[in-house]
Design a protein around this ligand. Structure first.
Ligand code: NAP
Ligand code: HSE
Length: 328
């Protein structure tokens, strides 16, 4: 019997979007088996549709992301554009009953409606890829720790600055290290978003929204970044066995505190394990105590992994999948 087909529309085909399209194609059979339905990429919206897109043979390519989001023939919208307009597209898609899967932390962390949907665990909005790439920290806070009281969330959440700081520890110059991070595809289209701390602040806002169940925006985070002046601090810290990292932290006492800033970390601090593009996230909760996640937090394939996982969860919500009955 032919499997039902779910149609996927992709917005963005850069580092993340192209890795996602490649992974979707390479894993077609595996995903169909797991889902009981086929996921077919039917259209892609980009800024420059005339550029060569080798991996998208047979897929309609255009430059109208809004029409893709509104298109009733698209069941799942995957958004990896980095565009500030993406919040509107994601909301439109969900409003008409499609699922929205996004890697765009700024779009989500700047939009109270989407943040409220996350706080409410809306089944059609998913953004694992927006925070720490494949590290399953969004799902952990959304589902696994859903019954818990979260005391605090701390993390090294930006791969670009961690990569730069690691290279400086090894003797590189700030500017050269930034160029390398950009070449690897870790940095945002405007790397100032990484350097200023805005990228980490948006990720923290999403995690805090899930942890404390109310919209917390990127603007609620007290944010400081790094620049070339950090080099001497990094080298002196290294001589003492310590490390400088851009640390994002949120903790609750009478009020909720949210902060991103460069910090000198004790060598035994678990966040000091963040090297190159590795992200580390630590969560303290009432019952589970301290929990730690560790792994690559940027890069095309790493982020595509999270998008695929979200795509399956969202697809199951759409098809109302139920597992077969269990014999008693
Ligand atoms: P990128 O390489 O700059 O690619 C952006 C893509 O979006 C390009 O294909 C671009 O089209 C398209 N685009 C931009 N504005 C558009 C618009 N208004 N309408 C339609 N398409 C548009 O960026 P990226 O590194 O893949 O990042 C994409 C998103 O994923 C960002 O939100 C980023 O924060 C997030 N993210 C990135 C990483 C990473 O490691 N890079 C990891 C996790 C999350 P053209 O190709 O025609 O220019
Ligand atoms: N620019 C981001 C970073 C990409 O360096 O962490 C991953 O979200």
């Amino acid at each position: 019997m032919a499997l039902p087909v779910l149609r996927v529309g992709l917005i963005g085909n850069g580092t993340v979007g192209s890795a996602f399209a490649t992974a979707l194609d390479a894993n077609q059979e595996r995903l169909a088996q797991r889902l009981g339905a086929r996921l077919r990429l039917t259209q892609v919206a980009v800024r420059h549709p005339d550029r060569h897109r080798g991996t998208l043979a047979g897929v309609r390519i255009h430059d109208d992301a809004e029409s893709l989001a509104n298109d009733a023939s698209v069941d799942l919208v995957v958004e990896a554009s980095g565009s500030p307009d993406a919040a509107t597209w994601l909301r439109r898609a969900i409003a008409r009953g499609a699922a929205a899967v996004s890697a765009n932390k700024q779009a989500i962390a700047g939009d109270r409606v989407l943040l409220q949907a996350l706080a409410d665990r809306h089944p059609l909005l998913h953004c694992e890829a927006a925070v720490a790439a494949a590290l399953p920290i969004v799902r952990a806070l959304r589902d696994s720790l859903d019954g818990e009281e979260i005391h605090n969330v701390r993390g090294v959440l930006n791969g670009t600055t961690t990569y730069i700081l690691t290279q400086i520890e090894r003797g590189a110059r700030f500017r050269d290290a930034l160029l390398l991070a950009q070449e690897h595809g870790y940095a945002e289209a405007d790397a100032e978003a990484d350097l200023s701390g805005r990228d980490a602040a948006a990720k923290l806002a999403i995690l805090a929204t899930l942890a404390w169940r109310r919209p917390i925006t990127v603007h609620d985070v007290d944010t400081k970044g790094i620049n070339g002046n950090i080099v001497d601090v990094v080298r002196v810290a290294r001589e003492h066995g310590s490390r400088v990292r851009l640390v994002a932290e949120a903790w609750a006492d009478d009020t909720l505190h949210l902060r991103v800033e460069p910090k000198i970390l004790h060598p035994h601090d678990v966040l000091a394990r963040a090297e190159n593009v590795v992200n580390v996230v630590e969560v303290h909760s009432a019952l589970a105590g301290p929990l730690v996640w560790y792994g690559a937090g940027a890069g095309g394939a790493r982020t595509a992994s999270a998008l695929l996982g979200d795509l399956l969860v969202a697809s199951r919500a759409l098809v109302g999948a139920t597992a077969g009955s269990i014999a008693a």
